[in-house]
Design a protein around this ligand. Structure first.
Ligand SMILES: *Cc1c(COP(=O)(O)O)cnc(C)c1O
Length: 376
């Protein structure tokens, strides 16, 4: 066992390094003077994570009534922005009783339903024709509104004196590096600032979304928050961002042990306790999850790391080089702090749930954790 060999009692286990997360978020916010940072709760709404981020961020962005109630209960005095398409009547009503500080309005229908409920501060979500090279995911589809629909909302607002237009929200793409993200923010500002002023909004707010790049093939790399912060500070209105993945991905680990190793039809598999029903990230993103073999250190061999599920899709990393493994060896998957446990199909096959630990854990940037190396 090495420096990672903290006694976890049983596997699989999630380990969240809260002190590491706190330093990370502190550095992010320090690089963004004058920009408001809201954490996108959907990346990982674990209460301990929310409480760790809370002293450093300006607010939390939620995308459902469930998230709204959870964040209000966990962090009662934290400013909350409520977004997402398809808000139900109950969710809109909840947003009023729980006093969400900002509502991101997605359509004229939603505007009318919200307007009937009482006072609210709103941002209109825009779907602008921006250019974003190399985005992992562009948010085309049912998100936000075109310019003519935004004009229509502005006219409707005259009939809803309860609603106060505060600004524009635009989360247009994800997986972008800082220079491209900045280009997007400037394109949004170029359209939104004059438009908001023409609607009589004196002190406009621009929420330019989340989506900062997290590179699973380079666990030690980080989004360039310094460049992003410096560029955003040149936009002459209040800017708000809502990162999720780039905040919490790096400080979660899924640690588990090898149950069996076997070779069939020429391919060697290490079968691990647990599976992608606990850590769905590699399947949804189509990547090899970065990992570190904590106990094995023999010569490296090509292995496919799989879980216990009865489906060929239950793969963490395919045909990667790993020190030769035996039952009982321990593997720690890194970058499992965002869109990991909370997006996974926990109940499939009814295996036991992982344990959860909140403690210091070596940073992947300082440890030998590395991107999986494909077998030659
Ligand atoms: C998912 C989402 C985010 C966070 O995106 P990340 O890629 O996790 O940074 C922010 N805003 C909105 C509206 C979202 O849907």
């Amino acid at each position: 066992m090495n420096e990672f060999a903290l006694n976890l009692d049983r596997y699989p286990a999630y380990v969240y390094d809260l002190p590491g997360l706190e330093s990370h978020v502190r550095a992010i916010c320090a690089a963004l003077p004058g920009t408001e940072v809201y954490y996108a709760a959907k990346a990982n709404p674990d209460p301990e994570i929310l409480r760790t981020l809370a002293p450093h961020v300006d607010g939390v962005e939620v995308s459902s009534g469930g998230e709204l109630a959870h964040v209000r209960e966990t962090l009662p005095s934290m400013p909350v922005a409520f977004g997402g398409p398809g808000k139900t009547a109950d969710e809109l009503a909840l947003s009023r009783t729980l006093k969400a500080d900002r509502i991101h309005v997605e359509s004229p229908n939603e505007l009318a339903r919200l307007g009937a409920l009482g006072p609210a501060d709103i941002l209109l979500r825009a779907n602008l024709p921006v250019h974003a090279p190399n985005a992992a995911l562009t948010m085309g589809g049912p998100f936000g509104m075109d310019e003519d629909t935004l004009d229509h909302c502005a006219r409707l607002l005259a009939g809803y004196p309860n609603l106060t237009l505060r600004g524009v929200h635009a989360h247009l793409a994800s997986g972008l590096e800082a220079p491209v993200m900045l280009g997007l923010a400037h394109q949004i500002a170029e359209w939104a600032i004059p438009w908001l002023r023409s609607q009589g909004v004196d002190d406009p707010e621009l929420n330019v979304g989340g989506g900062m790049a997290v590179d699973y093939t380079a666990p030690e790399s980080r989004f360039d928050w310094q460049t992003y912060g410096a560029g955003l500070s040149r936009i002459p209105v209040k800017i708000r961002i809502e990162p999720g993945r780039a905040m919490t991905a790096y400080h979660g680990w899924y640690v588990t042990d090898v149950l069996d190793v076997k070779t069939t039809r020429g391919e060697t598999y290490a079968i691990l306790r647990g599976g992608t029903h606990h850590l769905r990230t590699p399947v949804t993103k189509g990547h090899d999850q970065p990992f570190k073999a904590l106990t094995a250190n023999g010569p490296e061999r090509p292995v496919t790391l799989v879980g216990q599920l009865c489906t060929p899709k239950d793969v963490f990393a395919r045909d990667v080089l790993v020190p030769s493994l035996a039952p009982g060896d321990v593997i720690a998957f890194t970058m499992a702090g965002a869109y990991a446990w909370n997006i996974s199909h926990h109940d499939f096959l009814m295996h036991p749930k992982p344990a959860f630990h909140y403690r210091r854990w070596p940073d992947p940037a300082q440890s030998a954790a590395r991107a999986p190396v494909p077998a030659p």
